[in-house]
Design a protein around this ligand. Structure first.
Ligand code: FAD
Length: 394
């Protein structure tokens, strides 16, 4: 009987792909791979999405982020394009609303930016609908136009660039929905299952050992945030990450604006249930999750300068998370050199939520076909760290 049970367990623990790390990236890949018919195990050492993912504001704002690297910019725009159908499908599959709100982002300005003005189309936008058409061209909104969107900005602000197609999603709700969708598609998603050791044989990955059991597969993905570095090192691969700590606070307010305010040094994101997220600080190489009083003071001061009505909002809470950053600020997506079947999907820094659908789609395509699906992914390959070609900015 005991023998039989063990045999059953061993058979059960045989997968096509094992994902290590149940943050937004692991959850998105689990959903995508399971949907495409793979037998998937997703191992999370704590609780799903309770790491950096749930600390995020969930902004989907590639234009506002002003990515300097063209490949990252293209990847972010592609990912945003995927978001509409992706989020709708996940909602449909599970009945859990991930609260996608593409209701625009504004970048407030103290002066009409002359260089940018040439690029700004002055056409008015009539897009109070949930999903306005995608456009990467900002529109200039003066203060009257902003008032029409219930935005009474501070005295020093003369207007704002308006990005109609960008917005935000709830990282918590999205993770909950993805977990449910992945499970419904057949993925085995296991909490409190820490990957302790990668199993290798003759330059190939064969599985993962946890403290309780072993899981075998020919493909293993490191989507373990900052911890991907250590797991890769155990397989002899250099995959440097460092933490950029971010603090964020939440207020409750009856303010009725629906547009994200993306200011200098601060952003304001109107969430459901009258919650307003205000973020975020950036502290390199900090690994604690304490929230500093000074950070809260600065964020509140800056946020109230943009939107004075926040002074009467109620305090709710604050938290900190550790963004998984790489030396050149580009994610790692692709196979790990020298270990057949071992993959990375980590280092998404300040945009893991935004980049989740494109990362999952690219990685699963790549694993299935054996070839890189989009040319610009070449810049996200792990080899750049070996070749010393990375432009280190961290
Ligand atoms: C304040 C703040 C605001 C942010 N705002 C935004 C935003 O507006 N938009 C946006 O797109 N992004 C934002 N981000 C960034 C975003 O949160 C991250 O890029 C994203 O969460 C990274 O996801 P991940 O799945 O790679 O990592 P994580 O969420 O860290 O998940 C990795 C998981 O792996 C698990 N793990 C690690 N080692 C093991 C192991 N050995 N075995 C099993 N499991 C393991 C961990 O427990 C963890 O749950 C923000 C971040 C912060 C801190």
């Amino acid at each position: 009987m005991e023998k039989e049970t063990r045999g059953w367990l061993q058979q059960e623990n045989r997968y096509d792909v094992i994902l290590i790390g149940g943050g937004i990236i692991g959850l998105a890949i689990a959903y995508e791979a399971a949907q495409q018919g793979a037998k998937v195990a997703l191992l999370e050492r704590n609780q799903f999405a309770k790491g950096t993912t749930c600390a995020a504001a969930g902004m989907l704002a590639p234009t506002a982020e002003r990515f300097e690297h063209p490949s990252l910019r293209a990847f972010a725009v592609d990912s945003l394009q995927l978001y509409r159908t992706w989020a709708e499908k996940i909602w449909e599959d599970t009945g859990i609303d991930p609260e996608l709100r593409l209701r625009g982002v504004i970048i407030p300005s103290k002066e009409i930016p002359s260089i940018e003005r040439d690029h700004i189309s002055h056409r008015t936008t009539n897009s109070p609908d949930l999903y306005p058409p995608l456009t990467s061209h900002p529109t200039w909104f003066d203060k009257n136009k902003l008032r029409e969107r219930n935005l009474e900005l501070g005295d020093s602000i003369v207007g704002a660039e308006y990005l109609a197609n960008e917005g935000h999603i709830s990282p918590t709700k999205l993770s909950e929905a993805l977990l449910e969708a992945a499970r419904r598609a057949g993925a085995h998603c296991l909490e409190h299952e820490e990957a302790k050791e990668l199993m290798l044989n003759d330059g190939r990955i064969t599985g993962v050992r946890t403290s309780t059991t072993t899981f075998t597969a020919n493909q293993v993905v490191l989507c373990s945030g900052l911890d991907s570095e250590q797991l890769a090192r155990s397989a002899g691969v250099h995959l440097p990450h460092y933490s950029v700590k971010g603090e964020l606070l939440v207020l409750r307010s009856k303010a009725s604006f629906e547009t994200v305010i993306y200011g200098e040094g601060v952003y304001i994101v109107p969430k459901s249930q009258q919650r307003i997220y205000i973020g975020a600080t950036s502290m390199s190489d900090q690994y604690d999750r304490y929230v500093q009083a000074g950070s809260i003071m600065n964020l509140l001061e800056q946020a109230c300068a943009y939107l004075p009505e926040l002074r009467s909002a109620h305090w709710e809470q604050a938290w900190a998370g550790l963004r998984p950053c790489t030396p050149d600020h580009l994610p790692y997506i692709g196979p790990l050199p020298g270990v057949h079947g071992l993959w990375a999907a980590s280092g998404h820094y300040r945009n893991g939520v935004l980049l989740a659908p494109a990362t999952a789609s690219a990685l699963v395509d790549w694993m299935n076909s054996g070839s890189m699906p989009w040319a610009y992914l070449n810049d996200f390959r792990v080899e750049r760290m070996l070749q010393g070609s990375a432009n280190f900015v961290g």
